[in-house]
Design a protein around this ligand. Structure first.
Ligand code: SER
Length: 348
């Protein structure tokens, strides 16, 4: 029977990326397949059966998004597509276009969808510790764990973009068209997490500045030498992907009346690059790891916080990581990575 009903779905952009992998697997385990995945590159073959449909294309392509809304009724958006921090420095204006204009376009799409189907659209956004900017290592060391509203002076285009998108999300949630004679809500329910560096056992990031930790671990598991692009003493917070997915889902599911803010820090562990090397050496004693800092990338890491204060997330939606550094290495990273490269020798 021909039907004019559009299928209700959640949209995941950048679905082929690291968080997308984790999120699609989470929904698959939960038995929820009402997902449309969008990415610049064709979806990974293993991920295709996990979603209702997948589309290849640019979020900025109007034809693509129009095609999307003719077929689907969108109730939630996990907007993961972005150019990461190191890559963004090679083409800052392009990064702004993709990271900010792309987000604005999708938030607007969310308001239109809410008007169509009459329900609010949840908009989940992965922000980043890159939204912070400490002026120097002395200050970074002195202030230690920082709160969401402190030190919002990013030095990267990516950090500026994340901060801008957080503001846009709050604006659309609370103040959109505030001068209208008869004010109505935009219908967007924006929620963001400022992620620390994320480490997955099954994927590698591309173009980020926290990539040194995952690169070091994956190189060791593959028996390849690794020269780390920051110094041994560089410290930023990290989190393994299962906790990253848990954080995103917990925030998505949190009752709105418990949210005291729209942008949340989440922490797990905060090692120096030298400590990451020590954990890796314990698991892979033959690993060949050296330090050869790249001044520009090392400087970026020096402006990111040594650790974050995540008490609002703990109070508002009961955030608690499952993995500290020890458990992350012993129970997730080392066994999963070792198994992964045994099963996928072609990925070496
Ligand atoms: N992992 C990101 C990057 O390094 C930071 O959010 O760009």
């Amino acid at each position: 029977m021909e039907t004019t009903m559009r299928k209700p779905v959640a949209l995941i952009t950048g679905a082929n990326g690291e968080i997308g992998h984790g999120l699609l697997e989470y929904f698959h385990k939960k038995g929820d397949h009402n997902l449309v995945a969008l990415d610049l590159n064709p979806m990974d073959k293993q991920l295709r059966p996990l979603c209702h449909a997948w589309m290849t294309g640019d979020i900025l392509d109007d034809d693509l998004t129009e095609r999307l809304v003719t077929e689907y009724e969108i109730h939630a958006i996990y907007h993961l597509a972005a150019l990461l921090s190191t890559r963004a420095e090679f083409a800052p204006e392009t990064a702004h276009h993709v990271n900010v204009n792309g987000t604005l376009k999708l938030i607007k799409l969310a308001t239109e969808q809410a008007r169509w189907h009459g329900n609010r659209v949840k908009f989940l956004f992965p922000s980043s510790i890159a939204a912070y900017g400490l002026p120097d290592v002395e200050t970074k060391t002195k202030v230690g764990r920082i709160r969401e509203n402190d030190w919002n002076f990013p030095i990267t285009m990516y950090g500026c973009n994340k901060l801008a998108c957080e503001h846009l999300g709050r604006y659309y949630t609370f103040n959109y068209r505030q001068t209208a004679a008869k004010w109505t809500s935009s219908g967007v329910d924006f929620r963001a997490i400022r992620f620390p560096g994320l480490i997955s056992a099954v994927t590698l990031p591309t173009g980020g500045t926290s990539d040194f930790a995952p690169e070091m671990i994956h190189a060791a598991a593959q028996g390849q030498p690794y020269a780390c692009f920051v110094s041994e003493r560089a410290r930023i917070p990290f989190m393994v992907m299962p906790d990253g997915i848990k954080a995103l889902i917990s925030l998505a599911e949190a009752p709105e009346d418990r949210l005291t803010q729209r942008v949340y820090n989440v922490g797990a562990f905060s090692p120096t690059a030298g400590e990451v090397r020590d954990y890796v050496l314990k698991a892979f004693p033959k690993a060949d790891i050296t330090f050869d800092p790249d001044p520009a990338r090392a400087r970026i890491v020096d402006t990111w916080p040594a650790d974050v204060d995540d008490s609002p997330a703990r109070n508002d939606w009961d955030w608690q990581p499952d993995y500290d550094a020890q458990r992350a290495f012993n129970e997730y990273l080392v066994p999963t990575i070792s198994r992964y490269y045994k099963e996928h020798p072609d990925r070496k």
